[in-house]
Design a binder for this molecule. Structure first.
Ligand code: NAP
Length: 347
């Protein structure tokens, strides 16, 4: 059985208080601002075996909309109405009643959407404070991109790679990692001319197009006249159908997400006619990060090296304050930001 990360035993309370964000009501469709509430709550002292963490940054992920909507078949528990929401966060231990963690340790965990997290020490994983220039980089989706390319898409040197939502958290990393792993050509799609320029400029994609500019299949054919070998799919719908059409024999598709149905009232998520999947002997493989956490250390080592020598750009949007997080989640999926979006909860 999967348990919610919110099962925090309560203990003696101090005078400390902190903000937490809750789901106020389960919305019908895309959540309006009143689907969320921000509450000030007492912060309990850690009971024996527990740790108190002051959160520094939390991750915003379009997948949170699926937990709000209670979509069937999710690998994680839905958000419950009236309960604090949860998600990836990085914070600093400020009190510990367990020998495994000490005051001052930097930890990653799943108790985001709140300024303070109190839980058993097992809920927290200590990370290296010196690993990155900012603790927020511990929330990067680089590992998602890495395992999607190497495990699900079986990327090979010389491949032509297409990435959708390429200016986003996962897509921006997928395009850059594909290049670093030997792709011959990397093509990205995004939702505005500014994002297209960002892809071919700052992120070093070979070609990019705006998926609003006419049929995606035409734009993709122009960018890849010899076809594509790998598609890193964050979106589904028309972009997936176009990728199947433009794909070379034995092409491989890694399905990372379905942004197309995370925002739309009437989603266009289907891959369409699968006859060419048969004819071209294509592989379409969904993946989730949780099946590949054993590659985290290997990825982290390479990621730090790429950051040090300047061969990768970690693009990030920082939103300040928990009170702004619900709006930022809506804006994120609406296309307002580039890179990994995080909320700063403390300094
Ligand atoms: N498999 C896994 O383990 C795993 C792990 C993490 C995330 N994910 C999933 O991977 C996907 C990408 O995550 P992310 O955090 O990197 O998100 P992201 O790409 O940063 O998401 C925000 C972007 O989504 C784009 N978007 C929204 N609706 C769209 C639509 N209908 N068509 C095309 N683009 C649309 C917008 O870009 P434009 O302005 O370009 O439209 C927006 O800027 C999500 O579905 C997420 O849930 C999967």
């Amino acid at each position: 059985m999967t348990t919610s990360p919110n099962t925090t035993p309560k203990s003696t309370s101090t005078s400390r208080t902190g903000l937490e964000a809750r789901l106020a009501a389960r919305p019908d469709g895309f959540p309006a601002p009143d689907a969320f509430e921000i509450a000030e709550v007492p912060v309990p002292d850690p009971a024996p075996g527990q740790v108190l963490v002051r959160n520094l940054f939390m991750s915003l992920d379009p997948g949170m909309l699926l937990l709000i909507a209670d979509e069937p078949g999710l690998p994680m528990p839905r958000y419950e109405v009236g309960e604090p929401m949860y998600g990836d966060a990085v914070g600093e231990v400020i009190a510990s009643a367990d020998t495994s963690l000490a005051e001052g340790d930097l930890v990653v965990h799943r108790l985001g959407w709140r300024e303070y997290a109190v839980a058993g020490a097992g809920a927290f994983r200590r990370v290296d404070r010196a690993a990155y220039p900012s603790p927020s980089l511990h929330l990067s989706f680089g590992l998602v991109a890495y395992v999607g390319l190497l495990e699900a898409a079986e990327l090979r040197p010389g491949d032509t790679v297409f990435v959708s939502s390429a200016a986003g958290a996962t897509g921006g990393m997928a395009g850059q990692i594909a290049r670093l792993k030997g792709a011959a050509q990397v093509i990205g799609s995004a939702g505005s001319p500014e994002k297209v320029a960002h892809l071919t400029g700052k992120l070093g994609f070979d070609a990019a197009f705006d998926y609003h500019d006419g049929p995606v299949v035409d734009r993709l054919r122009e960018a890849a006249p010899d076809g594509i070998d790998v598609y890193f799919d964050n979106v589904g719908g028309e972009q997936l159908r176009a990728a199947i059409e433009v794909m070379n024999v034995h092409g491989r598709i890694a399905v990372c997400g379905a942004l197309n149905r995370q925002r739309a009232a009437r989603p266009d998520a289907g891959p369409g006619d699968l006859l060419s999947v048969v004819g071209k002997r294509l592989t379409i493989r969904g993946f989730t990060l949780r099946d590949h956490l054993d590659r985290a250390a290997e990825f982290g080592e390479q990621f730090r090296g790429w950051l040090r020598d300047g061969s990768i750009v970690h693009d990030e949007t920082v939103v300040d304050g928990l009170a702004n997080a619900p709006r930022a989640l809506r804006d994120l999926v609406g296309g307002a930001y580039t890179g990994k979006t995080v909320v700063r909860l403390g300094s």
